[in-house]
Design a protein around this ligand. Sequence first.
Ligand code: SAM
Length: 352
Amino acid sequence: MTAQVSVQAVDLFCGAGGLTHGLLRTGINVRAGIDCVESCRYAFEHNNRAVYMQKDVRNIHGLDLQPYLTTNNQEKGITLLAGCPPCQTFSSYNRKADSSDPRWHLLDEFLRLVEETRPDLVAMENVPGLATKDVFLSFVEGLRKLGYRSPSWKVVQCAEYGLPQHRRRLVLLASRLGPIEILEAKHFGAKPKTVRDAIGFLPKVAAGVVDAEDPLHQTFSLNALNLKRIRASRPGGTWKDWPEDLRCPCHKKSSGSTYKSVYGRMNWDEPSPTMTTQFVNYGTGRFGHPEQDRALTLREAALLQSFPTDYQFVAPGEKVNISYVARMIGNAVPVVIGELIGRSIFAHLDSV
Ligand SMILES: C[S@@+](CC[C@H](N)C(=O)[O-])C[C@H]1O[C@@H](n2cnc3c(N)ncnc32)[C@H](O)[C@@H]1O
């Protein structure tokens, strides 16, 4: 098969469209995305020209997806069901999650939709912690039973694929056409990128101020104490760099002295730390700007997630709700990982 073959895809749990955007860039025709919240509709549709179905995946049936998984040329058309179920429940940050969380079982719903639509290809992305969970093992086993003989999965370090961010992610690919592999970083061929490469060109903006040109270039303001703290922080450092009077009471206890990963500034010349939905809050991670006295702006985090500079998350003139947009960006599959999946698929189609 040649790389010219058309691939029709549906993106389950599509959010603002990071995965979809990366797939589209490689030539995969993502025709619809499904997500249960309305707030992602604008970003998904505006940037990707695909249909957004605001629905709970548990209430979707194969027949709902079928119109988006057919082609004009049935002989050559290949179909893909892709998706990234909510990962918070499997994340190492979430110590309390267990199978009583309803999100735990959304992977079973993904498998049910594979069974009901029988796509040629399946792609799934999630946090590495999912790999050890029964729900993942039964997903893989279920795929095998449905005729995807060699599902292939691995944990990739996204920085090796050109993401300006340290982010480990589990990527799974499965095909009914034959063995499929996730491209190795050396074959993907992306140059390493730093925070400076990704955001160094943006204009300066103060905490709590909105950039005149780009309403997404804004972040939360800082209170007087946090302003003093970030001024006392250095790139790559921690709150341990601060004078005693700026430290939080919890840091002064012996049990608190291990909380190194809060109130840091990022290094210009390294990839950023893993983006979460909390990057707009200076106190929740290492999301201090390398030299400006504030946390990351929405635009900076979108660039660190490899969205293009002009990706829009809010309709023109609409008020930007910083927390909502931060959730869309922090939850996204990095666009380069969508590209990794797309290029791995075309390499596979070339080989069968
Ligand atoms: C990890 S995010 C997906 C990110 C997206 N693939 C991207 O690249 O931007 C998970 C998404 O699942 C959605 N979600 C959670 N539960 C859902 C459900 N039951 N049905 C449909 N979508 C759901 C959330 O709203 C969230 O947008």
